[in-house]
Design a protein around this ligand. Structure first.
Ligand code: TXA
Ligand code: MG
Length: 311
């Protein structure tokens, strides 16, 4: 059921159920982060492997001390500037946190979302919410209540409707190791913003160790159709009438564009619903032009690369 009933949401969560909630990035599949049965329901509904941990969402800074310890100074600086907002921090977890939440890792991923309905919900309950994106494992993340319903309507009791997500890309994930600041996932806060705030360069993370560093799947956000990427700014190909061409900017040569007006903000907010529409469309081949690699364009290109990764 899609509804805006916040009290119903609170009652369901209090009774250990899981529900979909809006955030400013993408919709999340939420349950009590400290209740192992609720966590198991989340993994099962998403068909997500237990080795891929969940992000914890809080509504008050004071909740951090019940979840994490030894929080580095640079984390506090980022919290001050970017919370509530699309920034997730990897922080050393305290021992009593359920292992399922972090898949047994030493660090907890935590953020405070800025969507007004999500914040109100989090402030109305006395436990944090675990919430991965509300899509089946490896499919495109949802940016509207209807997107969630398309796959999960019959599996969960409630989809709390907070409208279309403002940002449309998941949160940026940042960790701290040996005095370095490491970007584990590009997302709604740009690298430029992080570096300007901390007055230092960050390291873009790449690894092959998928247990210690989950979420590095080469294939993700994938419609069930094959996508060919075109570098930004190269000549757009002339396509066969049964094929689809998505350019970065609106163009007479293309079927549609990622950005409506050339801004990275517009491109980010349209990307996932475009990928979902392409999945439903009768088409032979799909060509997509990448974004300029600045600002949110970096995160958009990260998602496009994973969406186009061959099966
Ligand atoms: O914007 C977002 O972050 C959304 C909304 C709902 O808040 N959530 C989201 O969650 O994108 P999810 O589960 O779809 O993506 C979280 C990523 C996964 O790739 C997971 O592997 C990684 O974060 N992650 C979670 N906990 C981690 C941890 N303790 N250490 C390393 N990576 C972690
Ligand atoms: Mg996800």
């Amino acid at each position: 059921m899609i509804s805006t009933d916040l009290n119903l949401a609170i009652n369901l969560l209090n009774s250990g159920e899981i529900i979909a909630i809006p955030t400013e990035t993408v919709y999340g599949l939420a349950g009590n982060a400290l209740n192992e049965n609720a966590l198991i329901k989340i993994f099962k509904a998403k068909k997500r492997p237990y080795l891929n941990p969940l992000i914890t969402h809080i509504g008050r800074i004071s909740q951090l001390s019940n979840l994490c310890k030894d929080i580095p100074n640079e984390a506090w600086v980022l919290i001050d500037v970017f919370w509530p907002g699309p920034l997730t921090l990897l922080l050393p977890k305290i021992n009593s946190i359920p292992d399922l939440l972090t898949s047994g890792l030493e660090h907890l991923a935590v953020r405070m979302p800025s969507h007004p309905m999500a914040l109100q919900l989090l402030k109305s309950i006395d436990y944090p919410l675990a919430a991965p994106s509300a899509n089946p494992y490896k499919y495109v993340s949802p940016t509207s209540a209807q997107h969630v319903a398309d796959q999960l309507e019959n599996i969960i009791p409630l989809i709390l409707d907070g409208g279309d997500c403002d940002i449309g890309l998941e949160s940026t994930i940042i960790g701290f190791e040996n005095n370095e600041v490491i970007v584990h996932r590009l997302g709604g806060i740009t690298i430029e913003e992080i570096e300007r705030t901390l007055k230092k360069s960050v390291i873009l993370f790449e690894t092959n160790d998928s247990h210690k560093y989950p979420g590095q799947n080469k294939k993700h956000y994938s419609p069930n159709k094959r996508i060919t990427l075109i570098p930004f700014g190269s000549d757009l190909p002339r396509i066969h009438e049964e094929d689809t061409l998505i350019s970065w900017l609106p163009s007479s040569m293309s079927t549609d564009s990622i950005s409506a007006d050339g801004t990275d903000i517009s491109g980010a907010s349209r990307l996932f619903s475009l990928l979902r529409d392409l999945d439903k469309k009768e088409t032979r081949k799909i060509y997509i032009e990448q974004a300029p690699n600045i600002g949110l364009g970096e995160a958009i290109n990260d998602r496009l690369k994973r969406a186009a990764y061959p099966s």
